[in-house]
Design a protein around this ligand. Structure first.
Ligand code: BEZ
Length: 250
């Protein structure tokens, strides 16, 4: 969500390998508990799978996402959607709730994101989200760091992800006027068909300055480091995800 490179999502490719992202998020929609007639902002709506789920429960959804491909896919599902980053939202006092799944870990400027979300809400409005928190993807991120450390010519590894602890995110929400009603870190071991597909989809920003050959080395060495940690014959690849699930109210 943050950089030019990471905005280029291919909805079909993304869905083929990561349909778990929205399939596992239905409990977050339950936590949102959309009501008939409500107006809800889906921040980072992706291809609109969850927006459709929310609209089925009687609310009107407006989706925003930085990827034009995803916005097109979302509109094709009949959901009103616009290209925008959560750090550039212009809404004021407009929504009964803001919902966000699997997006906020891409936003390093979390304070601006939470400020904009609070401004978009009506008084008493709620913010329900889930994203990577705590030691999310620890093995994955450590492997990337290790590979960059090994190759001086790769430059410095800059993680584009924000994985806050409960305490850190609660403090941030409270500083922007929210009362936190629920916040929990949830370990979420997540099956993936092939680690190469995951690296292809999620690490464009990390490898944006690498040559094609360097990127091939990056993928190969990450796989070698991760295989003993995240792969078993019985379960295949299982990613070490941890989700931060939150419900807060103004
Ligand atoms: C995640 O969804 O947890 C995630 C996405 C990209 C990189 C690392 C983790």
């Amino acid at each position: 969500m943050k950089t030019e490179e990471t905005n280029k999502w291919n909805p079909q490719e993304y869905n083929k390998h990561t349909s778990f992202v929205s399939a596992l998020a239905l409990p977050v929609v339950d936590l949102l508990a959309p009501k008939d007639g409500e107006k809800i902002l889906d921040a980072g709506c992706g291809d609109g799978t969850l927006a459709v789920e929310i609209e089925k429960r009687g609310a009107k959804v407006i989706g925003v996402d930085m990827s034009s491909e995803m916005i097109e896919a979302c509109r094709n599902r009949g959901v009103e959607a616009y290209i925008s980053s959560v750090t550039e939202l212009k809404y004021e006092n407009e929504f009964d709730a803001v919902f966000s799944n699997a997006m906020l870990h891409w936003v390093l400027d979390a304070k601006t994101a939470v400020y904009n979300i609070s401004k978009a809400l009506k008084p008493g409005g709620r913010f329900v989200c889930e994203f990577g928190g705590g030691n999310n993807a620890y093995a994955l991120v450590s492997a990337m760091q290790e590979v960059f450390d090994k190759h001086d010519d790769f430059g410095k590894f800059n993680s584009p992800w924000y994985f806050p602890s409960v305490k850190e995110y609660k403090t941030l929400l409270e500083s922007e006027g929210f009362k936190v009603e629920y916040i929990e870190l949830i370990p979420r071991p997540t099956p993936m068909d092939d680690i190469k597909n995951w690296l292809d989809i999620f690490t464009n920003g990390v490898t944006k300055n690498l040559t094609k050959e360097q990127r091939e080395i990056f993928v190969k060495e990450c796989e070698e480091i991760l295989h003993p940690k995240l792969y078993s014959d019985k379960k295949g690849w299982v990613l070490d995800y941890v989700r931060l699930r939150v419900k807060a109210r103004l």
